[in-house]
Write a protein that binds this ligand. Structure first.
Ligand code: GLU
Length: 446
């Protein structure tokens, strides 16, 4: 690490003590961007990097609600409005007990680059609460969402800040949040994305992150004149991203060997097929049960308390959560012959794991590029809302494919190394940064 990178990171550390995930995300970006900035005096002198690590605004608020026993519960709500250089704040809401300011700042920071890479006019934000929807009744989730929006509504708007889903926030939660926004604001507009199709949502939005991830992997494969047919794929997670990544893999002829939840993973050597995936969707989206049930039903192995990285594969797709794939996992994957790791989750690989992949010349696609399909189709939902019009499935899907292909091109622009290897991490960071930096320079000291 060179001296200016070390100095910069130390300054950020002092100002954001204890926010470990945020520091991790900033360190990762700064390490690839600072050498670039040093060769571009206009970015260095205007202190763009120093500015973008400081959120434009953060709102923290109390979320009181009554549970089914009539007892008062109190959670903490947040919205981090990170950067509005290229559009209104845009990014998801996460409801999970691990949510705190540092986690949301890391996610909002990643979102700056991700949204920039999509080529759409979206700034960056992230929000959520330390509320755990797991084990709560629909009624409790609704009460919570209504209370959350009762404060959030004054900070958001279709031209101001447009939240969406993330971990713990899916179609059900977006519905309750939207209903409450509409009552308070007295306006039906595109303030949230991920809405139901009947009331302003976009086709393909539920599928977008998972499908987009696989479209991106296909672009990587094309660089070596290869395809997904017959490839062994391990997937972690079993939520929205994992489900639709698996669906697209199956459609493209790959063999999906694993899926997981917070309690363990299932290993199905014969491959999770369409019908088995339907069982997982029903289990996770409706009965809200544990993945272990799959192993009982389809008589395959279940590994309690473990992650799927010890299973031999060609392609690994970490689709669960941050820091779920560590150095020891990376080493095992490399030893077992993995050639591509693409992140459906945000920052699932630790920095040490990423370094190991890059050293071994494994194609490593960071989340800010590979999982940008979700927010990209959110951007397309915003466009449709503004037009008061809906595009067909094929139209949205084709636009998503084009966007993922363009993101891949943007990564190549700054990511190609002299030996031909593509460093997607550096490519994504620099490409995402340039658009933000140029916009900030054009807008003065903001
Ligand atoms: N939470 C998703 C992400 O990490 C989607 C955000 C959105 O659609 O605004 O990009």
């Amino acid at each position: 690490m060179n001296e200016s990178i070390r100095h910069f990171i130390n300054q950020v550390k002092i100002r954001n003590a204890g926010e470990s995930e945020f520091l991790q995300a900033v360190t990762e970006v700064a390490t690839s961007i600072i050498p670039f900035i040093e060769s571009e005096p206009r970015y260095r002198n205007s202190k763009v990097l120093e500015r973008i690590v400081e959120p434009e605004r953060v709102v923290i608020f109390r979320v009181p609600w009554l549970d089914d026993q009539g007892e008062i519960q109190v959670n903490r709500g947040f919205r981090v409005q990170m950067n509005s250089a290229i559009g209104p704040y845009k990014g998801g809401l996460r409801f999970h007990p691990s949510v705190n300011l540092g986690v949301l700042k890391f996610l909002a920071f990643e979102q700056i680059f991700k949204n920039s890479l999509t080529g759409l006019p979206m700034g960056a934000g992230k929000g959520g609460a330390d509320f755990d929807p797991k084990g709560k009744s629909d009624n409790e989730v609704m009460k919570f969402c209504q209370s959350f929006m009762t404060e959030l509504y004054r900070h958001v708007g279709a031209d101001i800040d447009i939240p969406a889903g993330d971990i713990g926030v899916g179609g059900r939660e977006i519905g309750y949040l939207f209903g409450q926004y509409k009552r308070i604001a007295g306006a039906f507009n595109g303030v949230l994305t991920g809405k139901g199709y009947e009331w302003g949502g976009s086709l393909i939005r539920p599928e977008a992150t998972g499908y987009g991830l696989i479209y991106f992997v296909e672009e990587i494969l094309k660089t070596r004149e290869d395809s997904l047919v017959g490839k062994k794929v391990t997937i972690s997670g079993s939520g929205n991203v994992a489900q639709f990544a698996a669906e697209k893999c199956i459609e493209k002829g790959a063999r999906v060997l694993t899926m997981s939840d917070s309690e363990g993973f299932i290993y199905d050597p014969s491959g999770i097929d369409k019908e088995k995936l339907e069982f997982i969707k029903e289990l996770k989206n409706h009965t809200r049960g544990r993945i272990k049930k799959y192993a009982t039903k389809y008589h395959c192995e279940y590994f309690a308390g473990e992650r799927p990285w010890k299973i031999k594969c060609d392609i690994a797709l970490p689709n669960a959560t941050q820091n779920e794939l560590e150095l020891s996992d990376a080493r095992t994957l490399i030893k077992n012959g993995v050639f591509c790791v693409a992140e459906g989750a945000n920052m699932p690989c630790t920095p040490e794991a990423v370094a190991a992949f890059n050293k071994a010349k494994v194609y490593y696609a960071p989340g800010k590029a590979a999982n940008a399909g979700g927010v990209a189709v959110s951007g397309l939902e915003m466009s449709q809302n503004s037009q008061r019009y809906s595009w067909t499935r094929t139209e949205v899907d084709n636009k998503l494919k084009d966007i993922m292909c363009e993101i891949h091109q943007r990564c190549l622009k700054y990511g190609k190394e002299t030996d031909g290897h593509i460093n997607y991490e550096r490519g994504a960071n620099i490409s995402g940064f340039v658009k933000i930096a140029d916009s900030m320079l054009a807008q003065g000291v903001v």
